[in-house]
Design a protein around this ligand. Sequence first.
Ligand code: ZN
Length: 151
Amino acid sequence: MSDLRELYQQLIIDHGRKPRNFGPMAGATQVQQGFNPLCGDKITLYLLERNGVIEDVKFEGAGCAISMASASMMSQALRGKSVAEAKHLFTDFHELVTEGSDAASERLGKLGVLKGVCEYPARVKCATLCWHTLLAALEHRSDVVNTESTP
Ligand code: ZN
């Protein structure tokens, strides 16, 4: 295993153990739940959206290290982004973890560390759960997101 890869792993483990922006949010404009039945990961995502900009992001939940690390890093990446930018990030992230796209990795910056997930197809839904939940929140869907019914 290369040093770089080890560093990536450590970042994922660190975020998994100490998720950032973890906890409830009072006054959230959107609250969305997501569930990955393959692994048992659960997430509740809170957004504070004002004038098309995501001003704050928090989440609660329980699941494997990858699902928690992914949500933690997503929450950091989204703050201050417009809804349109957040949807672009969703597309790039999906490309990253399903295809291992280098171009997507460059556009995603820090989030690119999750690229290694593409080598483990069973874990892709762990990494994308929070993103599917985000998309549902941005589109104001009210049903619980289930990764088994998303493409
Ligand atoms: Zn998982």
